[in-house]
Design a protein around this ligand. Structure first.
Ligand SMILES: [Zn+2]
Length: 578
């Protein structure tokens, strides 16, 4: 491609709303353009990278025997009502009506559609297993779209669904997808970790998230260097502190004026934070968020942090159906007193107690009375939980839930997820097959997603420097850029054209920067665009040499045009598959 003819507009300045490298660089390089908040379009170079990521995904999906189809993004509400998700999915579902008032959504995912296809098309065990995938535009009405492609309202996803006769079949399908995902992200040049994940709104029994490690990622993962434990912190189990062997002392009310936080009360009473109980108050709603369904008071040890996902899972409600309570309103209804809430003597609310508190003795908690706390509060004797479960967040340094060694915590970008759904969709939607004995059996499902546009952003996060993107060869929009320093110099032009033609003939994807621009602009753009190999044709041609530079390395070398062409072809062929 001749850059003099290419549709491209790079930006010199950093767009205001862009905070992270991928967002900044994809906009600055002109690879994508913002239409409205959280909605982007892709220009020629950006689109080529997306198609390369898609091709890697297609090759690895096809290699597992999965078959590509293409469904509509527009989905009728009836199917979502059958699965129960029309109300449960919450405000992120992009809903719309047609001219006759019929409800639709723009799909954020396609479980219902694929289940519908299979229940209509599959009748016999002989037709299973099946695995269908698509690469498609999806929608999620994010409250706060941000970080460019990380959290956008429109995004490209590969999603696929496996259909098996039984759990054993699902295990095989799941393992195939897990292995294919590892190959895909490796080929895209990502450093990633597969970690155990929460199953969230989609539900099911088993899930892994593929997390590209990055400081700017919104996922937090916990892992252990001593054993195999690796999970999202949302999901990671917690090894409760050992039971305390102390005699229960008589409960005692103490005046603690103005001590509203755990820090303040612990310091006022000269107690370690792990001898205190922290209270967190919430209000629950029905799935549609149209009415309140009750208050929740959650209690954890004062030195711990609440894990919202574990809490909503313990309550059996979707994540969107809970929010922090207005303590002024909750007080008269339940007996709590803002800043002085404890578990003793509450009424008319669901009390959720972290499992660890059961074994702790003589704790300090709010007295539900302004400026007072209670000392020597003990589970069983003084209070009880309606629900007792692990609801706390695993932090760096906490004991690994598997081996007890200190846990490590890192941030990352969720680029893919694999789920065992089981019969979560086939049961409500009636997806059956007939077994060898003509008995109806539920089809057992798995679902698997890769964020294509998010993968592109993750690659940029892991491969860039202060001057621009450094694409891995496998997903680079072009492999080589030939920079013609002076388009007016006939000798330079002839050599550049020759290199350009020979590389193209060898199947290398090559850009020729033949624009009438200053050399400085061309070099800056080449760095910004991140093309892996740059061959600069300048004054050196008078001495028979060109400059050869890899974007990922600082060094430049002089080579003859022949050497440069041959080295570029060899490198591209070695790395293009990823
Ligand atoms: Zn461990």
């Amino acid at each position: 491609m001749r850059m003099s003819e290419m549709h491209m507009k790079t930006l010199r300045e950093v767009p205001n709303e862009a905070e992270i490298a991928s967002h900044i660089l994809l906009l600055r390089s002109g690879m994508m353009k913002k239409l409205v908040s959280g909605v982007y379009g892709f220009m020629p170079l950006g689109w080529r990278t997306i198609r390369k990521i898609e091709d890697i995904i297609r090759q690895e999906m096809d290699a597992t025997g999965a078959q590509e189809i293409h469904c509509s993004a527009l989905q009728p509400a009836e199917l979502w009502e059958e699965s129960g998700r029309w109300s449960k999915y919450g405000p992120e579902l992009m809903r719309l009506k047609d001219r006759n008032g019929r409800d639709f959504c723009l799909g954020p995912t396609h479980e219902e559609i694929f289940t519908d296809i299979i229940r209509n098309d599959i009748t016999s065990y002989r037709q299973l297993p099946q695995n269908l995938y698509q690469i498609q535009t999806k929608y999620r009405d994010e409250a706060r779209p941000r970080f460019g492609l990380m959290r956008s309202r429109e995004f490209i996803m590969k999603d696929n669904y496996s259909f098996d006769r039984d759990e054993a079949g699902l295990d095989v399908s799941y393992k195939k997808m897990y292995d294919a995902y590892s190959k895909i992200f490796t080929r895209c040049g990502l450093t990633f970790r597969p970690v155990e994940a929460d199953t969230g709104a989609i539900g099911g029994s088993n899930s892994h998230e593929f997390t590209a490690l990055s400081e700017v990622g919104e996922s937090e993962i916990a892992y252990c260097d001593n054993c195999d434990m690796a999970a999202t912190t949302e999901r990671a189990e917690f090894r409760d502190a050992p039971e305390v062997n102390e005699e229960m002392l008589p409960m005692e009310e103490v005046n603690t004026p103005g001590t509203k936080t755990i820090e303040e009360v612990a310091s006022f009473l000269n107690l370690p934070k792990d001898r205190t109980i922290k209270a967190l108050m919430f209000v629950k709603y029905n799935d549609e968020m149209t009415e309140q369904t009750g208050y929740v008071a959650a209690f954890i040890r004062g030195d711990r942090e609440l894990n919202m996902i574990k809490l909503v899972n313990a309550l059996g409600i979707p994540e969107h159906a809970i929010e922090f309570a207005d303590e002024e309103k909750m007080g008269p209804a339940t007996g709590i007193v803002g800043g002085f809430t404890g578990p003793v003597g509450l009424h008319d609310c669901t009390i959720v107690v972290d499992s660890e508190l059961v074994g702790q003795k003589n704790m300090c908690a709010g007295a539900n009375k302004k400026d007072y706390h209670l000392k020597n509060v003990n589970y069983g004797r003084d209070y009880k939980g309606d629900i007792v479960k692990d609801i706390k967040l695993l932090r760096e340094g906490d004991p690994c839930p598997v081996c007890g060694q200190p846990t490590k915590v890192a941030r990352g970008i969720e680029v893919g997820q694999v789920f065992k759904l089981g019969t979560k969709y086939s049961e409500p939607m009636g997806a059956y097959y007939k077994d060898e004995n003509q008995q109806d059996r539920l089809i057992v499902m798995g679902c698997y997603g890769i964020g294509v546009t998010r993968t592109m952003a993750a690659v940029v996060e892991q491969h860039h420097d202060e001057n621009g993107i450094i694409w891995p060869m496998s997903v680079a929009p072009y492999h080589v850029i030939v920079t013609l320093v002076s388009a007016a110099d006939e000798q330079q032009k002839a050599v550049a054209e020759d290199i350009y033609g020979r590389l193209q003939a060898a199947g290398v994807e090559v850009l020729l920067d033949d624009r009438d621009e200053r050399p400085g602009v061309k070099f800056k753009d080449a760095d910004l665009l991140g093309i892996p190999v740059r061959i600069t044709v300048g004054r050196g041609v008078a001495n028979g040499v060109v400059e050869y530079k890899l974007r990922r390395e600082a060094d430049k070398t002089e080579k003859t045009p022949d050497e440069a062409v041959n080295d570029a072809i060899a490198l591209v062929n070695a790395e293009r598959r990823g």
